[in-house]
Design a protein around this ligand. Structure first.
Ligand SMILES: CC(C)(COP(=O)(O)OP(=O)(O)OC[C@H]1O[C@@H](n2cnc3c(N)ncnc32)[C@H](O)[C@@H]1OP(=O)(O)O)[C@@H](O)C(=O)NCCC(=O)NCCS
Length: 221
């Protein structure tokens, strides 16, 4: 596969918004991913398609306002070659096909969002993101990963059950758009021998199924 996982960057946010809107059209208020990137507790990853680029959406929304934005703005100008003397070069960025994020809340990593472009679902991208999220949670020294999911969202629940999440609660009327209930799900300790054995075996199966040629199937770069 020509897909890779890496930390989310500002220039990804327009595409991430697109994926968010097509995946969570009823969610209100929408997540502000620019703000999330500045949230010290939050960690987000994207899956990009190495073979495809798009016009750099961030070009439409350069950072503005505030002294703290100055360095970022200068960086933006350099990244977009405003100082190159060769005029504007085509502004392109990698095509993003999915994203996910956690809030690292001490012992707990809470999955805030996970979504894959409609056009790319059922190709293992969601699974790849969840593997990365569990690895990020472990790197953040979390002991468990938790999340909420709509009771009607069977595809997502199947993904979570596959990775060892179990229902630990029910939030009545949790979703404000239609008062749908939310399942609260959690892993067991992600450092326990049983979880790690299961996780390693799922990663190996994933690598075989999707033709990734090494056990460490999720390169982060
Ligand atoms: C949930 C979501 C991220 C899954 O992404 P995906 O790339 O399509 O999933 P994958 O192809 O990696 O599938 C991995 C596993 O998820 C489960 N799954 C995914 N889609 C499924 C579907 N339509 N029906 C049943 N199971 C499904 C399966 O267990 C699958 O494993 P399998 O292939 O061995 O059966 C995707 O459907 C999505 O973006 N949905 C909208 C956003 C959303 O609901 N996010 C969850 C919020 S809590």
């Amino acid at each position: 596969m020509l897909y890779y996982v890496r930390p989310m960057r500002r220039e990804d946010v327009t595409q991430v918004d697109e994926i968010d809107h097509e995946s969570f059209s009823t969610q209100w208020p929408p997540t502000n991913y620019y703000r999330e990137l500045q949230n010290k507790l939050a960690r987000y990853v994207v899956v990009g398609d190495e073979s495809r680029t798009v016009k750099d959406h961030e070009a439409k929304t350069p950072p503005v306002g505030g002294i703290s934005e100055l360095a970022s703005r200068v960086g933006w100008l350099f990244r977009h070659r405003r100082f190159s003397g060769r005029g504007l070069s085509p502004r392109e960025t990698q095509y993003i096909i999915g994203f996910a994020g956690i809030w690292a809340l001490g012992d707990e990593a809470h999955l805030t969002n996970i979504a894959v472009r409609n056009s790319h679902r059922r190709q293992g991208i969601g699974e790849r993101l969840l593997i990365s999220i569990i690895e990020l949670a472990a790197e953040s020294n979390a002991n468990i990963v938790t999340l909420e999911v709509r009771v009607s969202n069977i595809p997502a629940q199947k993904l979570y059950y596959k990775y060892g999440f179990n229902q630990v609660g029910l939030r009545h009327g949790y979703y404000t758009d239609n008062r749908e209930d939310g399942l609260v799900m959690s892993t067991e300790s992600i450092t326990s021998a049983s979880f790690l054995a299961c996780f390693q075996s799922l990663k190996r199966a994933y690598a075989v199924r999707y033709g990734i040629n090494r056990e460490e199937s999720i390169p982060m770069r």
